[in-house]
Design a binder for this molecule. Structure first.
Ligand SMILES: NC(=O)c1ccc[n+]([C@@H]2O[C@H](COP(=O)([O-])OP(=O)(O)OC[C@H]3O[C@@H](n4cnc5c(N)ncnc54)[C@H](O)[C@@H]3O)[C@@H](O)[C@H]2O)c1
Length: 363
């Protein structure tokens, strides 16, 4: 099983490949050594990935930084630790920094790569489903502050992405489901993703749920390729999120607010996104942006994958304040990506905060 996808971003003359395979992890090690030959390396591992795979990926100790697990580790302190290691190892812009792990490791490493000496080479090796279908491609890098998620960051594309499907075998169930949260998002926005392929992700997910839930690598390879094709189409058209790329934020403004509100500890990113999407579907139905038939189909797909409503007693004032701090917000305005038809979304502004808060409190 082997496939290469290419992404080109005409706006900044950037081109890179995404290699997908299910070779033994040892062959990834060889590929990385070949790719980075004659360059100094710093490898940032997610903690669990290091514990599980350091034997298969035996980089020398002085080339390794192990990032503790948890969204709360995507912080300024760890960012500075990575920068200090780059300085200590006398790395230059010719050298390379590699993230091997989930989206947390990818985001913080990408931000360090983007800012060290105004940009050092960067390779993404995503090891969670979420990072394979989403965060490793497209160049969004960031760290969080206590007050807001992803508040420090920039756009910085990797030189390539290596996806080895075997990593998915050791991912725990909760993290696997978290990745499926982002996968479902693509099904709800596929009409916006310049999709020429008549085979729909929505149907693929509906028909093959048991194979996907049992992590059949043959189906996962197809699933990842479909999601990445959508992401590539969107990023190619709008790298810096001036317009089209905003569609990828379906469920995220609410989801990020929930993650920040619960101090990044209670929910995974995918769980928060599913919560945000479920609410925004209800909002869309209430405002007649979608009909009941599509609303039910979307909710059935979410339920088919076993997602249940969160039992969260949310403080609506706080959530709305956090939504106003979201990077996508303009001063004093909340703009949300909202379903507007079968598998398509559009941007809408919430003009009446009080009405929105009251509605949110009732959910
Ligand atoms: N840059 C983007 O475009 C973008 C898009 C979506 C999400 N994100 C970010 O991604 C982050 C979430 O990423 P995530 O869901 O990958 O979580 P994560 O990085 O926190 O990883 C989840 C857990 O899984 C472990 N893990 C990783 N790979 C494993 C494997 N193969 N086997 C066993 N355990 C493994 C990690 O060590 C960690 O404990 C959030 O910070 C979110 O904001 C970024």
């Amino acid at each position: 099983m082997e496939r290469t996808l290419a992404i080109n971003i005409p706006e900044n003359d950037k081109y890179y490949d995404i290699y997908i395979n299910n070779e033994p992890v040892e062959s990834l090690y060889k590929d990385l050594l070949i790719r980075t030959k004659n360059r100094k390396r710093l490898i940032v591992f997610s903690e669990k990935v290091y514990d599980l795979y350091s034997k298969n990926l035996p980089f020398p100790k002085n080339e390794i930084f192990v990032l503790k697990d948890g969204e709360e580790q995507k912080n300024l302190k760890n960012y500075l630790k990575i920068i200090n290691l780059l300085i200590k190892n006398k790395m230059t812009r010719k050298d390379v920094i590699i993230a091997i792990g989930g989206g947390v490791a990818g985001d913080i490493t990408g931000f360090a790569a983007a800012t060290y000496m105004r940009g050092i080479n960067f390779i993404q090796v995503p090891t969670t489903l979420l990072s394979m279908v989403d965060s490793s491609v497209g160049g969004k890098t960031a760290i969080d502050m206590n007050s807001a998620k992803n508040i420090l960051g920039c756009f910085y594309q990797p030189e390539c992405v290596f996806i080895n499907l075997n990593f998915l075998k050791t991912l725990d169930e909760r993290q696997y489901m978290s990745g499926l949260g982002e996968v479902l998002k693509y099904a709800f926005i596929e009409g916006n993703c310049c999709n020429d392929d008549p085979k729909s992700l929505f149907e693929f997910l509906s028909i093959n749920s048991s194979r996907i839930l049992s992590r059949d690598l043959y189906f996962l390879e197809k699933l990842i390729a479909i999601c990445l094709t959508y992401k590539i189409n969107v990023v190619r058209a709008d790298e810096k999120e001036a317009g089209l790329r905003k569609v990828l934020n379906l469920g995220h403004t609410l989801g990020h607010a929930l993650e920040t509100h619960t101090k990044y500890k209670k929910y995974t990113h995918g769980e928060a996104v599913i919560w945000g999407m479920t609410l925004i579907f209800k909002w869309a139905l209430k405002n007649c942006y979608i009909d009941t038939v599509y609303y039910k189909a979307a909710m059935e797909l979410i339920a088919l994958y076993g997602f249940k409503p969160l039992n969260e007693n949310i403080k609506t004032d706080k959530i709305v304040d956090l939504m106003l701090l979201d990077k996508k917000a303009e001063t004093g305005k909340i703009k949300l990506i909202v379903p507007s038809g079968a598998r398509v979304v559009t941007e809408k502004e919430i003009t009446n905060f009080e009405e929105f808060k009251l509605w949110l409190a009732e959910q």
